[in-house]
Design a protein around this ligand. Structure first.
Ligand code: DGJ
Length: 567
């Protein structure tokens, strides 16, 4: 490689352009380091967010809705630091950005960019435009004062509701105008690529009515379903002229509203991306993943799991459809992760509860190759920041997220890369399961909860366990976790019986019966260390009581590099 570079350089210097080439080189040296635009890449069905040319994991938090003001940003950064985040998600308000038609005020964008850089934190900016939680509350006042022009959804009774119409051409034009101005500004104001992604709108959809019943919407609802929607939903209509009701029955209105909103948002995203091709995503207020209620029991028209295909077809400039997860139930939480982790959709959790009860699901998201994770509302605008130097009870609401990020933060680049390469698995404790097995070629890693020396695995009353295992080489693994026990055994058909003994704490080495012979696991070396500047730094070798019964993780951050062998 070096030879090729030198050869090219020599060739350039030998030509008549030698002086120009030398000048260009000198000029390049004077330029600050160029940062490529962040992008989402896919390989073998796995995704990565590329930042500065390598996979990146967003360890993020989202600010409260009204925190992105010069007056309140000082209450954001101390929380971000206490959380060990590398990214902050925060809104850009249309009403602030375009106070008068066509006049754009970039002070808020510039302020948050500058302050984030000063704290070495990346940003995901949330465009609070036409939709915010299904309503048009962030439209500038000059739009709110003209409801006929920037119209609302009309319900079945012919009344306007608190939600913008996806058929309002004037609103769409105005949103495209403002969003492209925002992206144009970002393109010039952010050569450092502080901003990694942009969320287009917020929790689109409508509460209280299934769709728009305005005359224009009625006409379209009675017309044939467009061919791309039929294809996306994998249905063949009974006849070519089949309308929405004929084709989709009870789901017709929700599908129609999703189609209308996805088309609207898709046009905004395409216009913004044409100016500055940052990764774009939309977030969803979810429907119940286990027992989805009938249409009307959830926000209609947003990217809920039943209409993801419609959104993919109508808004191709949107890279990711992302779930806002406020469900504490393990089965529901994991099902949501599965619904949004698809071959055509990278998993990203842009909002989730920050509770101690759900913090372990960060590992479940990592186990599904999540490119980012972001608990909501973690700034000091509602809870005062502790005085400098004081370890404060005020911080307790940050603790569950801080614990995760403190552990994973220093090795974030390795985690993102190993995940992209398909070498990483991660799990969290689930009710009803005290043991989980992760398969890695010749080795199985087994994770147990509540186990220990002389104690069989058992379900915890309040599960908090989590574990992550990544294969570094054929017989070497990176292992970390919290409140969990991890061990390895050779992959074989009859390994269960003897492994059971280690799981019950009797001290028997995990073994497998392979081709009629018992093959036993031995630890070659269990190295404890920490990540510094992106590399594992050895601290000590664990042995004796620390490994004779497998590897035990408490709530204190601990990272192990484990080499295994057989005898
Ligand atoms: C979901 C929304 O997307 C957020 O902006 C926020 O309103 C939370 N719900 C709840 O506080």
């Amino acid at each position: 490689m070096q030879m090729t570079k030198n050869f090219i350089l020599a060739a350039v210097l030998m030509t008549s352009g030698a002086v120009i080439a030398a000048q260009a080189q000198a000029h390049d040296k004077a330029q600050p380091k160029a940062h490529p635009i962040p992008s989402i890449v896919q390989q073998d069905g796995r995704y990565a967010l590329m930042v500065d040319g390598a996979p990146y994991l967003m360890l993020s938090m989202q600010t409260n809705n009204s925190s992105d003001w010069p007056a309140t940003l000082p209450q954001v950064w101390p929380a971000a630091e206490a959380l060990h985040v590398n990214t902050v998600e925060t809104p850009i308000y249309w009403e602030q950005f375009e106070p008068k038609p066509g006049q754009f005020d970039t002070t808020q964008i510039d302020t948050v960019l500058n302050q984030a850089r000063a704290h070495h934190i990346h940003l995901v900016l949330l465009w609070f435009g036409t939709w915010k939680n299904g309503s048009q509350h962030y439209m500038p006042d000059w739009m709110k004062l003209e409801p006929e022009k920037y119209s609302h959804v009309i319900n079945k009774r012919g009344e306007p509701v608190d939600s913008p119409s996806p058929f309002a051409q004037a609103s769409l034009d105005a949103d495209i105008h403002a969003f492209t101005a925002f992206m144009k500004h970002l393109k010039t104001a952010d050569p450092e690529r502080t901003v990694l992604m942009v969320q287009v709108e917020n929790e689109t959809g409508t509460w209280g009515t299934l769709r728009d019943y305005s005359p224009e919407a009625e006409k379209l609802f009675a017309a044939s379903v467009p061919a791309d929607v039929l294809k996306a939903m994998n249905v063949s209509p009974g006849s070519r002229s089949a309308n929405w009701q004929d084709v989709f029955g009870t789901e017709a209105e929700v599908n129609f509203h999703a189609w209308a909103i996805a088309r609207y948002v898709g046009q905004i995203a395409a216009a913004g991306k044409a100016i500055y091709p940052l990764p774009l995503y939309v977030n969803a207020a979810l429907r119940d993943p286990i027992k989805p209620g009938a249409p009307g029991s959830y926000e209609s028209g947003g990217p809920t799991d039943n209409v993801l295909n419609i959104w993919k077809a109508e808004a191709p400039s949107i890279d990711i459809l992302a779930p806002d997860i406020y469900n504490n139930d393990a089965t529901a939480y994991l099902k949501i992760l599965d619904l949004y982790h698809r071959p055509d959709n990278a998993l990203f959790v842009p909002e989730t509860s920050s509770s101690a009860a759900t913090a372990r699901f960060f590992f479940s998201a990592l186990g599904r190759q999540a490119i980012g994770y972001s608990p909501f509302g973690l700034d000091y605008t509602r809870t005062p920041a502790p005085q400098p130097g004081a370890a404060g009870a005020q911080d307790s609401f940050l603790q569950p997220t801080a614990q995760n990020y403190q552990l994973i933060g220093p090795m974030m680049r390795d985690i993102a890369r190993l995940n992209f390469e398909g070498k990483l698995q991660a799990v969290a404790e689930e009710p009803g399961t005290a043991t989980q097995t992760l398969h890695f070629g010749d080795w199985d890693a087994f994770v147990t909860y509540g186990a220990g020396r002389g104690a069989a695995p058992r379900q915890s009353a309040e599960p908090t366990g989590r574990a992550l295992v990544a294969q570094l080489a054929e017989n070497q693994f990176l292992v970390t976790g919290m409140n969990a026990h991890v061990d390895f055994r050779p992959a074989g058909t009859e390994q269960q019986r003897r492994s059971q003994q280690i799981e019950t704490g009797t001290g028997q080495t995990p073994s497998a019966l392979i081709d009629g012979k018992w093959i036993h696991r031995q630890f070659l070396k269990v190295e404890e260390g920490s990540y510094e500047n992106g590399s594992f730094k050895f601290r000590r070798i664990l042995n004796g009581d620390q490994t004779d019964y497998g590897l035990n993780f408490s709530s204190a951050p601990q990272v192990l590099r484990v080499s295994v062998a057989t005898y």
